[in-house]
Design a protein around this ligand. Structure first.
Ligand SMILES: C[S@@+](CC[C@H](N)C(=O)[O-])C[C@H]1O[C@@H](n2cnc3c(N)ncnc32)[C@H](O)[C@@H]1O
Length: 347
């Protein structure tokens, strides 16, 4: 069934999402692309969209306001209540889903709204769907989302964004971001892929899910993290056959056992230099870039997430004959500005 969907994603990656979403779901048209939001027509089933790791949340769009003009939140809600053309007949609602609540957000912040209007909309949804209201632990959420760009939508969210902080270890990258970083490396079934600062393994784990590869190498200097990743992989092995995935305790600045030109892609999140003590970050980046240049093939791709881009830019400038800067993306990680560099190796 062809429907309008909206998916949200991490700020800064419009082009990556617009290029890659049509590769994993059947899309008839992309109707809107904003920073952090894509609206598209697709006949894909909800369950296929739910499986995409590089987007945050997805919604079935029930009504879209292209330009809210002078409409305030109350008028938008009234408009939704009065609109007889909204189709609440969503087959998936019948799959044991019985309760809902309404969430209203403006510019990505949840807001409280006129109780009477909210109640009228709840009654309308109940009449049309036979769902019950449950404000604390609902099965479903209807969202009214008002954007800073002057548009708004009313939709049914069908992904639950778990409270990531609860599940992620300190310093572990969100799977959506790790997945986007892997996409930037132009994944290929012949890839010999390396994350030399793998930490909890979010990047190499996402690489497994993106597409076929030849080999994935995950290194870290911290043995505890290496053992942790080995047991995570064992767990994933129970439901997914993982081949050629190697985890080693190694110093990324000196990967002696890797021969020159062995690696096709490096995707990594090097130490930030804020939380762990690095005496000389310039020297660290300098050794890192030299070692990456040695082990990566000519034209091989490196995607590096860098929190201290001032220092990194300075060091990269010294090695400008060794790397082509293909692209730079700016985003926020844990509220901190970070830059993602896509480099190509020149030999
Ligand atoms: C920013 S964290 C990576 C976090 C990882 N992306 C994740 O999602 O868990 C940087 C990692 O680099 C590791 N590290 C620091 N110096 C290293 C070195 N010389 N060689 C290899 N790993 C190193 C740290 O132990 C840490 O796990």
């Amino acid at each position: 069934m062809k429907r309008t969907y909206i998916s949200t994603f991490i700020t800064g990656f419009q082009s990556v999402i617009a290029d890659n979403l049509p590769r994993v779901v059947n899309i008839f048209s992309i109707d809107l692309l904003l920073d952090g939001l894509i609206m598209y027509q697709s006949n894909e089933e909800i369950k296929s969209i739910k499986r995409i790791n590089f987007i945050n949340n997805s919604f079935i769009v029930l009504k879209f306001f292209k330009d809210i003009g002078s409409l305030n939140t109350d008028s938008i809600i009234k408009n939704i209540i009065l609109d007889k053309s909204i189709d609440y007949n969503i087959p998936e609602l019948k799959n044991n889903r019985s309760s809902f609540r309404i969430i209203v957000s403006s510019e990505n912040q949840l807001i409280s709204v006129n109780k009477k209007l909210l109640n009228d909309l709840e009654i309308k949804i109940t009449k049309n769907t036979k769902l019950r209201i449950n404000k604390l632990k609902p099965d479903l959420e209807f969202w009214i989302s008002i954007r800073s760009e002057g548009c708004a939508f009313f939709g049914l969210r069908f992904t639950k964004n778990p409270n990531q902080e609860k599940y992620l270890a300190k310093g572990e990258l969100r799977p959506e971001l790790a997945s986007i970083l892997c996409l930037l490396s132009e994944p290929n079934s012949d890839d010999i892929f390396l994350d030399p600062f793998c930490g909890y393994g979010s990047i190499p784990i996402q690489r497994i899910y993106i597409s076929k590869y030849k080999t994935i190498l995950s290194y870290d200097i911290n043995n505890e993290l290496i053992n942790n990743l080995k047991s995570k992989i064992k767990n994933i092995q129970k439901s997914k056959n993982i081949k050629n995935f190697f985890v080693h305790n190694t110093d990324a600045l000196n990967m002696k056992f890797l021969s020159d030109n062995y690696i096709d892609k490096i995707v990594t999140d090097p130490p930030w230099g804020f939380f762990e003590k690095i005496d000389n970050l310039d020297l660290f980046y300098s050794k890192m870039l030299k070692e990456f240049h040695r082990v990566v093939k000519n034209n091989g791709i490196m995607v590096l997430l860098v929190a201290n881009s001032g220092t990194f830019d300075k060091v990269l400038e010294e090695y400008k004959s060794l790397f082509n800067v293909e692209n730079k993306y700016t985003t926020l990680v844990s509220g901190k500005k970070t830059v993602i560099y896509k480099l190509k190796n020149i030999k």
